[in-house]
Structure formats: C-alpha cells, structure tokens
Design a protein around this ligand. Structure first.
Ligand code: CMC
Length: 450
C-alpha cells in the first residue's frame, strides 16, 4: 500500500499529495566492516533491491555484494497484484477477495476470469468468457494418436505434462506472446483443453474410448462427463459432486509465487510460448513436495490403515523417518484456509458417496499432530492437500489423477502469473547468480595419465 504525505509548496501555498517514499525515503544503513564504509540502501515496500548491494565493494575490481538465498527463502522475485497470502494469519485472497467468499459464491470460470483479468466479470463478460472457453475444449484429433503412444499404465501427470507441451506444436501462433489478442486466445485454449487432456489420460489408462466435450454442461460437469460417461446418450453430473469439484478448482486456482508459478514465470521469461511454459509448471507441480502431495497423502493414509496405528506413525514422523504428507507449508504457519473449506465440503460429498474410512484416520492424525509439541513448535498445520485426496477418492478419481485435478485448476493461476511477468517492465529473463566454489583453473589431463 502506497502511503502519501501532504507537501506544501512555500512559494505558492499549494498542497500536493506525494508518495512518502519520494519525500522521505526509508533507508537501510549498512556499514561494511571490511572497509568501514557506510551505505544507505533505499527501502521500498519493505524490501531492498539486491542490485543496490552491488555498490558494496572492497576494491574497484571486486564484483560487489550479492545475496545468497537458496530456495528463495527470503527473496521477492516480482511485484504482483494477483494473490495475497498472510501465512501467519491463514489468509488467502485472489485480487483482494477472500477465498472463503469465492468458494461460497463464485464459480471456477468466474474466479479464473478474476485471477487473470484482475476484476470480477460483468454478466456479459462472464458469458463471453464462458462461451470462448467452452468452444475451445476440443483437441486436435492427432492428440489422440499421440496419446496412444503412452504405455497403458503411464502416470497421468507424465501424460499431461507432455501433452500440454505438445499443444505448442499445434498452435505456433502462441509464440506471439506480446500480442494481447493472441494471449487471450491461448488462455481460452489452455483453460478449455487441459480438462479434456486430463480426461483422455484417465480413459487411456482404462482403455476406454475418449469422450468428446459436451458444451451444454458446466466446466466441472463437462469434465465429469469426459471422465465417466459410458453408454448413456447424455451424462448427467451429480449436482453436489459437480459443485464440490468447482469449489476444489476455485481453491487451487492460484497461490502466488509457489514452485510451479515460479517455473511458469521463469520459463516464460525466455519468451517461450505459454504451452511449453505451462508444461514446465505442471512438471514442477508433479513433485510430492508440491501438488503431488495429495497423491502421497492418500497412500500414507492407506499405509497407516487404521486409527489405532496413528500414534506409531506420528512417532516415525518425529523420528525423521517419514514426513506427515499434507502437513506443513513454506508460507502458512497456521491452518491453511483452503484445508478448512475442503473439510467442510467433504461432508456434503460424503452424503452422496458415503463416508470414506480414510477420513477417520486423517481426523485422528490431525488431532494428534495439532496437540503434539513437534508440530506445534514447527507450526505445522494441515495444508490444501491433506483432505483433498479423500474427497477426490470418494468422487471416484484414481489416486494418481489427483495432481492432474490440481493442474486443471492451477491453469488460471499459471496464465495470470505468466501474463503479469510479461507485462512487467522490471522483469527480464530469469537468471540467478551462483556462488562458485569449484576448482580454480586447471589443465586437461589426457586419459592415460588419469
Ligand atoms: N512432516 C514432518 N516434519 C515436517 C513436515 C512434515 N510434513 N514439514 C516440515 N517438517 C519439519 C521439517 O523437517 C523441519 O524440521 P527441522 O526444523 O527440525 O529441520 C521443519 O518442519 C521446517 O520444514 P522445512 O522443510 O524447512 O519447510 P519448507 O518450507 O522448506 O517446506 C514443505 C515446506 C511443504 C515442502 C514441507 O512442509 C513438506 O515437505 N510437507 C509435506 C509435503 C506437502 O504436504 N506438500 C504440499 C504443500 S501445500 C500444496 C502445494 O504446495 O502444492
């Protein structure tokens, strides 16, 4: 938030409102003990620019000071207006709107519009947006042939990542990244086609014929149809499950500078097209420490098997033998607000599908962990992935498709992050520095002398 102060021009008596940082800049004073020189580094938005440290040198031929921050623990890589998280308070907002309100009142397509365009759409804007996305759900027929090449038990995330990347070859116009109309078209294509690819991955695994999109259905309803339609002429999604899936998509739409968003921005910063950039982002999501955790949570709950085995499992976690998957977060040091909403949604889903026995194990795990000193001290709380897998399982999704569901929803966030990066005049190709600690110059040794 920019803080303004009122300045009076003594010559004219006129008053002006000027950003405080221009009139009275805050500085960080650094004294270099090597040279005893003092530097005033301007502070903006609670940060200092890493490049401002470069002036700190011991001699003229010194490269200058850098920061060392593996895994970006304390480095802001961009300015963003998309998603706000207060990890200590457990707050998540898209474009300023609390996630709780969006989950209760909005739809995924409306949230996707908000996340990408910055404002909630008017009725006609939403109709147009929905129309275009709905009319870009079909895949080029060659995609089916391409998918046939995958072994029958190929992991759906591997298939999804490759097929999103392959879309780049169908749409060479997507390289026109600085054309707003082209970006809009690729946005429709990506949000429209990712669920179709996801459903094809599932059908491929089962050897079932692919189901074409049904334009009469909602975004989540059409996805359920492409997944589960068999011989019936028209698939009718269960409205409770359709709505629950829409909520899950809303909860996963964006999460500021997480691992996959960072990959999307980083790949896109070389001006690669959005399809290959998103393939990279989806690959990052696949990992068990990120979106792949939902799959791991379910495996963990199955491995634990029953409530009475929970204390024994917690002991193994505390001994460093295993991780409590679905717990902990780089940013949240409080209950993940998304996990709270998922827990509430689960009850409605279970009324339709029947209660999952895994829920009892999950509730017991949560109860024990939240009382335990190990988790309290480290501020480890359930994250979004802790309960999502249990709902997905109850809805009939196979375990290894869970991360694919995450990817469908996160498409909106990845596009928003990519576009913001492209339009930000301060951004350039992402290229971190390193601290080189390897050998000094040395000569090549011929094979016979090694
Ligand atoms: N189980 C047991 N101990 C944990 C866990 C966990 N799930 N998470 C963190 N810790 C411990 C960790 O061992 C460390 O302890 P110590 O200080 O004694 O070394 C301390 O808590 C701090 O953890 P960290 O690994 O330094 O934290 P991080 O910010 O680097 O990692 C995380 C965050 C999400 C990768 C990690 O909490 C984790 O691996 N959780 C399990 C996987 C998971 O659920 N991932 C989904 C994240 S939310 C959705 C998403 O990102 O897509």
């Amino acid at each position: 938030m920019v803080e303004n102060i009122i300045v009076t021009d003594a010559r004219t008596g006129k008053k002006y409102e000027i950003p405080k940082e221009i009139v009275m800049p805050d500085n960080l004073t650094i004294i270099d003990s090597r040279t005893e020189k003092e530097y005033a580094i301007p502070i903006t938005n609670g940060t200092i620019k890493a490049m401002d440290l470069r002036q700190i040198k011991v001699s003229d031929d010194d490269f200058g000071m850098m920061t060392y921050d593996p895994a970006f623990m304390n480095t802001a890589s961009c300015k963003s207006k998309i998603t706000f998280i207060d990890g200590d308070k457990g707050i998540l907002r898209y474009r300023g709107i609390p996630i709780e309100q969006l989950a209760e009142k909005s739809s995924y397509l409306e949230v996707a519009y908000l996340v990408i365009n910055g404002e909630l759409p008017t009725k006609s804007q939403l109709d147009e947006w929905t129309f275009h996305i709905t009319h870009h759900t079909m895949l080029h027929e060659n995609t089916k042939k391409f998918m046939e090449g995958f072994v029958p038990d190929a992991h759906p995330m591997g298939m999804l990542v490759s097929t999103i990347g392959a879309l780049s070859t169908f749409y060479p116009d997507s390289r026109d990244i600085f054309d707003a109309e082209s970006r809009k078209l690729q946005t429709y294509r990506l949000i429209g086609k990712v669920p179709t690819i996801a459903a094809y991955c599932y059908r491929h695994r089962l050897g079932l014929p692919y189901v074409y999109p049904d334009n009469d259905l909602s975004y989540p309803g059409n996805f359920l149809s492409m997944m589960y339609k068999m011989t019936e002429l028209k698939y009718k999604p269960n409205p409770v499950l359709e709505h629950a899936l829409d909520i899950l998509f809303i909860l996963h739409a964006d999460h500021e500078q997480n691992c996959s968003a960072n990959v999307m921005r980083s790949t896109g910063s070389s001006h690669a097209d959005p399809f290959v950039s998103m393939a990279g982002a989806a690959a990052a999501l696949y990992g068990p420490l990120h979106g792949g955790a939902n799959e791991e949570v379910l495996r963990m709950l199955k491995e634990i098997g029953s409530k009475d085995k929970v204390p024994e499992f917690i002991k193994r976690v505390k001994g460093g033998e295993v991780k409590l998957m679905g717990f902990g977060h780089r940013i949240y040091k409080n209950y993940d607000p998304r996990a709270k909403i998922i827990k509430e949604t689960a009850d409605r889903v279970f009324e339709v599908t029947g209660r999952s026995s895994l829920l009892d194990i999950a509730l017991e795990l949560e109860g024990v962990a939240l009382e335990d000193e190990y988790f309290i001290k480290r501020k480890l709380y359930p994250n979004v992935d802790f309960y999502s897998g249990i709902i997905y399982q109850a809805m009939g999704f196979p375990t290894d498709a869970f991360t694919v569901l995450f990817a469908i929803a996160r498409t909106a966030g990845w596009i928003a992050q990519w576009q913001e990066m492209l339009l930000d005049p301060e951004q350039k190709i992402a290229r971190p520095r390193q601290v080189y600690l390897g050998s000094d110059e040395r000569d090549y040794v011929p094979m016979e002398k090694r």
